[in-house]
Write a protein that binds this ligand. Structure first.
Ligand code: PLP
Length: 495
């Protein structure tokens, strides 16, 4: 393996050679100014189609134990490096989907391997505590070093959780609790009393069409991206507002898009009033800064600022779900930072690239009693350890600037391809490397995804017919050009 890793010293001559000699290359790339990732491979290398024979064998074996319908192929994580995922058949693929956007700095980053090889990390790995009752001595320090060091504006409290759904589920509970607290009255001894009947109040969360917030019961009631997620599962009678359907590129359709956003905001206010009249007041509004699973749908900073104001006006908590957008892919650690607000939200949930799940919140959303927001693990301290180091690498290597640079190259490349294949591609869009493009129909999208994979590029779908790009933060311009060359070959086969 070592022989196929390339060093900074000879990366540049090699990459030039690679582009110019790529067979059937239709996309003529410009040289990327930046050096290669040191521990990365030099490009994809394919031995079989994917899934190969070993993957198929393992899928059959696992099929006797679990449902394997969603399995793509089996991986060799020991051999995977940087931007490249290696499978059990020895295929090495440029990974632009990164485990549904959850690998922050590539596979087997040396800084993380070093940290985990340190004997002082061992006890954190071996002993997983019930954090809510028996946290380790260094827990407050590690939280401060990791999650609190990147807390969104206006928030100094964080609650860790295990996954994205679990984070949102508990964030919703925190919003309901806050809403009820605002309905307490206090007797002369300062004991709080509910004004109504205590118990299970008829409150609601407002969400948006096309949203994805997870698959647990409460989250699922606010998820509206694909019917299959919700099939056969009961749901709550909660309001669902339209999410703006914008035209791209955004800067060419500002007037039309502003009208569409105003229409949606008006509907949000109407729904809040309607649900209050129904006796199911809206305790919180939940929204993604870019709807991801639902098709990479963008909205303007103005839209979010106005929505935030509507939430405030009607006494609804404002929950920004950064499970997919958080962690740096948009060129900022939090996508909501692009809105330019001092108090962007009451709750910001995260997971994926942050390695641990959880949510930041304003002080008022701290539950008033123990065990109201609680589960056995409440996160995992080993993930905080890793996250602190990931954040060090992001700062040390200026990875957010790199993302902005690679993102520009990626989006420009997609614009070029869109002009070259107008019948196939449309609606190229993105922020940083958080990009997407639409394919003419779902069947063609599936075919493109499979053909790209067989040529050594891993991509993901979202919405009805979009392809989404979710590389790690060490995806450089050099990788963008490798991708564009392969992608243009695949598109030429679908012309
Ligand atoms: C925006 C958003 N929220 C919540 C979730 C759920 O996270 P998890 O799959 O970790 O439960 C996802 C998962 O993709 C997501 O994209």
């Amino acid at each position: 393996m070592a022989s196929s890793l390339i060093s900074r010293h000879f990366a540049l001559p090699l990459q030039k050679h690679l582009w110019l000699s790529a067979p059937g290359c239709r996309y003529v790339s410009k040289a990327a100014p930046k050096t290669q990732v040191e521990y990365d491979y030099d490009g994809p290398s394919m031995k079989t189609s994917v899934p190969g024979p070993r993957s198929q064998e393992l899928t059959k074996q696992l099929g006797d134990i679990q449902n394997v319908g969603a399995i793509n192929f089996f991986c060799n994580y020991d051999e995977s490096r940087g931007n490249y995922l290696v499978d059990v058949d020895g295929n090495r693929m440029l990974d632009i989907y990164t485990q549904i956007s959850s690998i922050p700095i590539g596979y087997n980053h040396p800084a993380l391997i070093k940290l985990m090889s340190d004997p002082s990390s061992l006890s954190t790995l071996v002993n997983r505590p019930a954090l809510g009752i028996l946290p380790p001595e260094n827990f407050p320090d590690k939280l401060t070093e990791s999650l609190l060091s990147v807390a969104p504006s206006g928030m100094s409290r964080v609650q860790t959780m295990a996954c994205g759904s679990c984070s949102n589920e508990n964030a919703y509970k925190a919003m309901f609790i806050l809403y009820r607290v605002s309905e307490y009255y206090y007797c002369c001894c300062h004991r709080p009393f509910y004004q109504g009947v205590p118990g299970c109040p008829d409150l609601s969360i407002l969400s948006f069409m096309g949203a994805f917030h997870g698959r647990t019961m409460g989250c699922l009631a606010t998820t509206h991206s694909k019917a299959i997620h919700k099939l056969d599962v009961p749901s709550f009678d909660w309001p669902i507002a339209p999410f703006p359907k914008l035209q791209y590129p955004l800067e060419e359709f500002t007037r039309e898009n502003a009208q569409e956003e105003a229409r949606c905001l008006e509907e949000v206010e109407d729904l809040i009033v309607k649900w209050r009249q129904k006796g199911k007041p809206v305790a919180g509004i939940v929204i993604e800064p870019i709807q991801a699973e639902g098709g990479d749908n963008h909205a303007s900073p103005d839209f979010f600022r106005n929505l935030r104001n509507i939430a405030r006006k009607h006494g609804c908590a404002f929950h920004v779900d950064e499970v997919q957008t958080g962690g740096g892919n948009t060129g900022k650690l939090w996508a909501h930072e692009h809105w330019g607000m001092d108090d962007p939200a009451d709750i910001v949930s995260f997971s994926k690239k942050l390695l641990t799940g959880g949510y930041y919140h304003r002080d008022e959303l701290q539950a008033d009693k123990p065990y109201r927001i609680f589960n056995t693990w409440m996160g995992d301290p080993s993930k905080n350890l890793l996250l602190a180091e990931v954040l060090n690498v992001i700062r040390r290597e200026n990875l957010l600037e790199e993302v902005t640079r690679s993102g520009k190259a990626l989006l420009n490349g997609l614009y070029d391809l869109q002009a070259q294949f107008p019948g196939l591609l449309s609606r190229a869009r993105g922020q940083g490397t958080f990009c997407a493009i639409d394919i003419c129909d779902d069947a063609t999208r599936s075919s493109i995804l499979l053909k790209a994979r067989d040529k050594g590029v891993l991509l993901g779908g979202c919405g009805d017919r979009s392809i989404r790009f979710r590389p790690s933060l060490v995806f450089k311009e050099y990788h963008v050009h490798i991708f564009l060359n392969i992608f243009s070959e695949v598109l030429a086969q679908h012309k």
